[in-house]
Ligand binder design. Sequence first.
Ligand SMILES: *Cc1c(COP(=O)(O)O)cnc(C)c1O
Length: 442
Amino acid sequence: MNPRSADRGTADRGPQTADRRNAEEVPLPSAVRGPRSDYDVERIRRDFPILSRSIRGRKLVYLDNAATTQKPQVVIDRLVRYYTEENSNVHRGVHYLSEVATADYEAARTTVKKFINARDEKEIVFTRGTTEAINLVAQSWGRVNVREGDEILITAIEHHSNIVPWQLLCEEKKARLRVAPVDDDGDIILDELARLLTPRTRLVAVGHASNALGTINPIAEIIAMAHANGSLVLVDGAQGVPHMSIDVQALDCDFYAFSGHKVYAPTGIGALYGKESILDAMPPWQGGGDMILSVSFEKTTFNALPYKFEAGTPNIEGVIGLAAALDYVSLAGIENIAAHEHDLLTYATGRLREVDGLRIIGTAKRKAAVISFTLEGVHPHDIGTILDREGVAIRTGHHCAQPLMMRFNIPATSRASFAMYNTRAEADALITGLHKVIEVFR
Ligand SMILES: *Cc1c(COP(=O)(O)O)cnc(C)c1O
């Protein structure tokens, strides 16, 4: 591996130029034809081939986007092109294909950097996803910085991915995991969070938005409170990146984690942002190739950021696919997507409220387009099954947030979650399906 060649900037290198020429021959996604102000959801839908398939003889209505999103043709094509024309290992060969793959891999890091407005590519570490990014911080940063009696503060609204890694760390270190409560709307009670910030609080780990309830947390405020207390902040951005514009410098968070598959990219790829000075001081997490400069049996010298944290052959096609997805989102405009999803949230919430016996769980003032609900007298699993017969895909269960379900005294909910390609007509199909559920069960 030659970190310097990877560091040197890739934009003006030969293989990249060749690649650009190829890219120009690929038709633009239809999302970008036409002015940005006119967000044409029907044109966007045509970019996602799976949306035109039918399920059990019905048109697919995919409302499980908080679990994973569908992929636009440009992302699928990019993966095919990678394997058809560029497949090679990165950071290793001097041969042409390895240079192409390395250039594209590092260009993707720049794309991620720009997408979340990080200062430097060194601050972007590729991981398998949000879960791995959080575990990296818990294991690497946590092992060095958390001692017996210290505290990690999370909230009652977290995904298991932002609970369990901290539990494991706290167990190992005899540290204490503290939990800021939420109110009946699903909003974090900030006064309680403030009260739980103590001189022992080493880190606050908080979700940007809840996958279970949709609550958009006031993370800028929480980050300011934590920093005033001398605590670092990790943001679980799995539901942030797909739904709103992210500026890690403006937020001033210390870590920000997200998953590609929730933002129209392939599975198995995600990223951890960390402030350079903090990442620099952290020990490596996994050992192997690519994360070292030199190895002898006596001593190994570790590579520079971000390679120190990327042991082994990475998910090259995932990284390249992630960049294609983020480019696609940027072309459609994340603000346009946010506005479109907000319209769907408002519309679907209004229509769901008309359904007899339906209770919406999660009524925070600021929400992402996620609606969890219960229906009197019907188990969520039955709701999901009957809706599936209508071609409507929703999620039922605890949404990887069992403590949160307990807080609301329910074992499970049904959850409809919307993305850039959903329509009001699909919200209507959900309502029609729910009326069928009621016919069957009442
Ligand atoms: C999906 C999700 C995660 C976990 O992401 P993985 O892709 O499974 O690693 C964590 N937090 C939230 C809020 C999520 O929605």
